[in-house]
Design a binder for this molecule. Structure first.
Ligand code: LLP
Length: 418
């Protein structure tokens, strides 16, 4: 049950997107519960013959309802901020299933995570390890620790989203990691439980994951020899999806590769997927406000803009655009789909052959990951609504922001004294 046409209209599961637009307005993000659960199940089943835990990377889509769906599937959560921790807790999920990644954890965030009793801190530097040990001691508790190793592999993805090269800011090299493990193992307020890496995002090929794993295993074995035993090996996220014609990373091939190299090492495999669980479970529903032509270029100005979906502008990413009504009323032309924001970088898609007139509804596909979460109020545009479809039901899971939401927390100047 994907996004599909039925009676000439695009549907999410059994609900017409035309109906959603009339009931809830545009722009709106629309997610399919079925597709999220299906993506989770596919990955979960692929790793079924090893102990494993999928920790959904909250950054991809942090709506409380989405977190709730994944928690019910059995997911844990990979967080990178105190805000994400608060969201996971607010969604009613178990903090013991949280792992805390990120290169710049602040003391208040470490304290918050220690108090919540999260499952693991993925530590990225000596400085962080010291801070964590000090805070755990102050709390009279023992912090569970994994060291993020930077395996120095090129994931062959967009430079902004590749993280596993030695010149990136992430993790530590294997030599430094060993030193940190020795320190952690000797510290009374730290307990070594894992080893992790994350090499980048939107990776379609197994090879970089294999390269990374092969660089981590000697360290795992060295730690075993030193009686620093690990419970889990966390391979991060990064599983690529199909936006245009890229092959999606095959979870079964991935799991087989991991299985082959792990052999009889008794480690729980942890994964931190974000995009692959939610990207293709969501669309951005938007209405064409204006059609115009400049110098033979056709523009469809939509009511969604780069503040709603920044991926095309920021990464030159390609996301599919489809009309909500299949019935073409005018002859197709090549359109740039742009927003109303005062920047030339404000585009959602370029040169797409579509039959469009003013007032038409269109869907920007693959918007479930890194869509709403990266949205902003630029140009004082209220952020879009988020809607979850489950079978024949559509529920608002985040209200559209109102105009007064735009200045919540701001103050006007006091009246001028005379
Ligand atoms: N774990 C860590 C430590 C990460 O930094 C990330 C993503 C993930 C897991 C999840 O990766 P995924 O499975 O979603 O690829 N805004 C960009 C993507 C940035 C990814 C940042 N880190 C985009 O829209 O393409």
């Amino acid at each position: 049950m994907t996004f599909h046409y039925q009676d000439s209209y695009l549907h999410a599961e059994q609900v017409s997107l035309q109906h959603i637009a009339s009931a809830h307005g545009t722009p709106s993000f629309v997610y399919s519960r079925y597709l999220i659960e299906a993506a989770f199940d596919q990955l979960d089943r692929a790793f079924a013959n090893r102990p494993h835990q999928i920790c959904y990377a909250v950054k991809a889509n942090s709506n409380l309802a989405i977190l709730g769906i994944l928690a019910r599937c059995g997911a844990g959560f990979d967080i990178v901020s105190g805000g994400e921790l608060a969201r996971v807790v607010a969604a009613g999920c178990d903090p013991r299933r949280i792992i805390f990644s990120g290169v710049g954890k602040q003391v208040w965030e470490i304290d918050q995570a220690l108090t919540a009793g999260i499952g693991c801190f993925n530590v990225e530097s000596r400085s962080e390890l010291d801070k964590l040990a000090e805070r755990a001691a102050a709390h009279g508790t023992i912090a569970p620790v994994s060291i993020r190793v930077n395996p120095d592999v090129d994931p062959g993805t967009h430079p902004y989203i590749s993280t596993g090269l030695k010149e990136n800011k992430f993790g530590v090299n294997a030599v430094e990691a060993l030193a940190l493990y020795r320190l952690a193992a000797d510290h009374p307020s730290l307990e070594v439980i894992g080893l992790d890496c994350h090499i980048g995002s939107q990776i379609s090929d197994i090879q970089p994951f294999e390269d990374a794993l092969l660089r981590l295993l000697p360290l795992v074995d060295q730690l075993t020899r030193e009686h620093i035993s690990l419970e889990h090996l966390d391979l991060g996220g990064g599983l690529g999806v199909t936006y245009q014609n890229e092959a999606a990373l095959d979870p079964v091939a991935y799991a087989q590769m991991v299985d082959k190299h792990l052999g009889d090492r008794e480690l729980t495999i942890m994964l931190e997927p974000g995009r692959s669980l939610v990207a293709n479970a969501g669309i951005l529903l938007t209405r064409v406000i204006t059609i115009k032509e400049n110098e033979n270029r056709h523009f469809a100005v939509a009511d969604a803009a780069m503040n709603d979906l920044i991926r095309p502008a920021l990464y030159q990413s390609w996301q599919d655009v489809k009309p909500i009504s299949e019935v073409a009323t005018v002859k197709p032309q090549h359109f740039d789909i742009v927003g109303p924001i005062c920047e030339t970088g404000d585009f959602l898609a370029k040169s797409r052959e579509l039959s469009l007139t003013e007032g038409d509804l269109i869907a920007i596909f693959s918007s479930g990951a890194y869509g709403f979460v990266m949205s902003s109020n630029y140009n004082s545009r209220p952020r879009a609504a988020e809607i979850l479809v489950d079978g024949d039901q559509a529920v608002v899971i985040r209200e559209r922001e109102s105009l007064s939401d735009l200045w919540r927390g701001e103050t006007t100047l006091p009246p001028e004294g005379d």
